[in-house]
Design a protein around this ligand. Structure first.
Ligand code: GLN
Length: 244
């Protein structure tokens, strides 16, 4: 039976390092039918209040280390089994199942989305760049979204297991932005899309969202609106919302 829907939704932002304040500003600007309550997540108690979580850009190894110290890694792994998570840039790395080019000694991941990524995959020549993006599903779809990439990861391969939700690619960049003369992975055997997976910059797997760029550093709130409306709100009917 559906739970009565409440008038608010509680979105957590992992606030250990990186651009969490910028995500907060973007969420505060949204005007939706439901009130958005924002929780800066620094310990499990905070996470327990949330209907969804955003993991910001920053430095993925540092965020993972601080999350371990805060006792948040395991709780976040449990969280994403039932609630939506959006990872931006470093957050996308954390959300991935596999990472290449990890720091020495490896780095811990949440393994919520069945993709392999490479840290800093656009190479040193284009460490930071902006690109107008076409994104499936945003409000005003014909208006490009300003993609801000800062030492961004690239998606190397999509590897959903048979039981996983399918992966939906929602935005790509031009292959000309990729480092030349370097094929990082062989294409997946069952990949039906012949395009280089490294051009993928935004994707969804079920309720989770992964963007290799930084929507929180723009003045454009359409990605935040998309996350709340398309990924989070549809999950609320199937379970009770958190208490206020
Ligand atoms: N290169 C960073 C990392 O590996 C991510 C950069 C970012 O979030 N802007 O974590």
């Amino acid at each position: 039976m559906q739970q009565p829907s409440s008038d608010h939704v509680t979105i957590g932002i992992l606030a250990l390092q990186g651009a969490f304040a910028e995500h907060q500003v973007m969420l505060q600007k949204l005007s939706l039918k439901k009130r958005v309550i924002i929780v800066l997540v620094r310990q499990q108690e905070d996470l327990d209040k949330c209907d969804a979580l955003i993991i910001p850009g920053g430095e993925s190894t540092t965020i993972a280390l601080l999350a371990r110290l805060a006792g948040l890694l395991e709780p976040m792994r449990e969280f994403l089994k039932t609630k939506p998570v959006w990872g931006t840039c470093a957050g996308a790395i954390l959300l991935a199942r596999w990472v290449e080019n990890a720091k020495k000694g490896g780095q811990e991941l949440l393994e919520g989305v069945s993709v392999a990524v490479a840290r800093n995959g656009f190479g040193s020549q284009v460490e930071s760049f902006e690109a107008p993006l076409e994104v499936d599903g945003l409000r005003e779809p014909n208006r490009p979204f300003p993609g801000i990439f800062i030492r961004a990861p690239v998606v190397l391969a999509l590897r959903p297991a048979p039981a996983d939700p399918p992966i939906q690619i929602i935005s790509r960049v031009s292959a000309s932005l990729l480092p030349a003369g370097q094929t990082v992975v062989s294409p997946d055997e069952d990949d039906t899309d012949p395009r280089d997976p490294r051009t993928i910059v935004a994707l969804r797997q079920g309720m989770h969202l992964l963007t290799t760029f930084h929507p929180e550093l723009t003045k454009d709130d359409r990605f935040h609106e998309y996350f709340v409306k398309e990924c989070v709100l549809p999950t609320l009917g199937s379970r009770s919302s958190s208490p206020a």
